[in-house]
Design a protein around this ligand. Structure first.
Ligand code: FAD
Length: 414
């Protein structure tokens, strides 16, 4: 693979852009692989990448029923932060955040990581106490966050109204090295690096059955034929329940549509990410100038990937309280993604009752930020059978009652 560099850009300018290669090869399924990953979202691709990079396992296929990054990875609002409450969460989310810091260099692909700072507003006394507690926990975990005053909130984000009609801003949990990245680029960068290692990324290839033999995985049936494998990783977010059923086990997961919307582009007015969980809305400004706005999840389980008027209305109404200036903005488009929610709002990275079959799911409304850390841990779990990063996130925790309760950090947040 030719490296992207300033020199390459100059060279191609001189030869009329004729020398660029495809970012990843168009691949057709082989008869068998050491590892098959189902789902070419960020988590599936990152798992494949770290299998190759950290463990030298490159006889790998990533199977995708649609197009690469076309699931939640290409539909989220790109917030990256690691200010979670519980120790296992802080470990995996902070691992991910720290990998994001150098991911563009590691992948030789500009993922546009922008550590612009994320603040989570405290708008009730309950939230003040909750976020102060999280800030203390984060300091013990080595995650840099602070609880900041309303005047500091206003200094960092002048367009905020501190004394809204319903909920005044009483402070915020602030993480200065949190931020955003370009979501498609994360998927594309991992895909390019996987393809360069010789892995096959096969799009338009839906897995329709998991083949088993004597309690062990044997392979999958797909719309492009049968493919054998020694190990199988299911990394399909909102479709995890469907794939688990094919593999013969059940998951404690609910799938719901989560929505987001963007405004018309405007001049730069906000260079931090703000989350207002009490009124329920959050906002950042993209490099193009659009205000990127996160909305709510549908109140009933479903598999749709669309926006709906009532969510757009509810979210914008909530945000107008916090940012009165957006009342004059036109909204351009809105959409939905199918998120996979667990009861304790923490993910599942686990072996399964089917030997050789692993599952990575349950990231719910907030898994974009975790992609590099999740891929790192999942690759170790698949390669070695154990990873310290994933150990607490096993399926057994639901049987044994060892929940990792992140309802404050992740219940409605992203
Ligand atoms: C509107 C919205 C806003 C969000 N905002 C944020 C945010 O700001 N920050 C954050 O951290 N997270 C956010 N998230 C959550 C985040 O997007 C997800 O947790 C994350 O992208 C999940 O990645 P994934 O790789 O597990 O899943 P996906 O990207 O959904 O990939 C799974 C893939 O599996 C494929 N697949 C499914 N079934 C099959 C099959 N049978 N055969 C083959 N392929 C199959 C799908 O087509 C899909 O491409 C948001 C999500 C949404 C929907």
């Amino acid at each position: 693979m030719k490296r992207y560099s300033a020199f390459a850009v100059a060279r191609e300018a001189l030869r009329n852009q004729t020398g660029w290669e495809r970012a990843w090869r168009k691949a057709h399924p082989k008869k068998a692989y050491d590892v098959i990953i189902v789902g070419a979202g960020g988590h599936g691709l990152a798992t494949a990448y770290y299998l190759g990079k950290n463990f030298g396992i490159t006889n790998v296929a990533v199977l995708e029923k649609g197009w690469l990054g076309g699931g939640n990875t290409g539909r989220n609002t790109t917030i990256i932060r690691s200010n979670y409450l519980q120790d296992p969460s802080a470990a995996i989310y902070e691992k991910a955040r720290s990998l994001y810091e150098t991911l563009s260099q590691d992948l030789n692909y500009n993922i546009m990581f922008s550590p612009r700072g994320v603040m989570m507003l405290a708008q009730t006394e309950h939230e003040v106490r909750g976020y102060q507690r999280t800030a203390h926990a984060n300091n013990l975990q080595g995650v840099e966050t602070t609880f900041i005053s309303p005047s500091e909130v206003k200094r960092l984000c002048p367009i905020i109204e501190l004394n809204g009609p319903r909920y005044p801003v009483l402070g915020a949990l602030w993480q200065s090295r949190a931020g955003t990245a370009r979501h498609d680029a994360v998927a594309w960068g991992y895909a390019r690096a996987c393809s360069d290692m010789g892995m096959d990324i096969i799009q338009q290839c839906e897995v329709t059955a998991v083949r088993r033999e004597g309690g062990r995985v044997k392979g999958v049936t797909t719309t492009k034929g049968e493919i054998d494998c020694d190990k199988l990783g299911l990394v399909v977010a909102g479709h995890s329940g469907v794939l688990a059923e094919m593999a013969g086990f059940r998951l404690p997961i609910e799938s719901v549509a989560l929505q987001a919307l963007v405004s018309e582009p405007i001049k730069p007015c906000m260079d931090v990410v703000v989350m207002a969980n009490t009124v329920h809305g959050y906002m950042s400004q993209s490099d193009k100038g659009e205000m990127v706005i996160g909305g709510g999840a549908d109140g009933y389980n479903n598999y749709t990937q669309r926006g709906s008027f009532h969510h757009a209305e509810e979210t914008v109404r909530a945000l107008v309280e916090t940012f009165p200036m957006i009342s004059r903005l036109k909204m351009l488009r809105w959409w939905g993604g199918i998120v996979d929610m667990t009861g304790d709002r923490s993910p599942i990275l686990s072996k399964t009752p089917l030997e050789g079959c692993f599952i990575n799911c349950g990231w719910g409304t907030g898994g974009f930020k975790a992609i590099p850390g999740s891929g790192w841990g999942m690759a170790e779990l698949i390669a070695k059978g154990y990873s310290p990063l994933t150990a607490e996130f096993g399926l057994n925790r639901f049987r044994e009652g060892r929940f990792i309760d992140e309802s404050v950090a992740a219940g409605v947040a992203h």
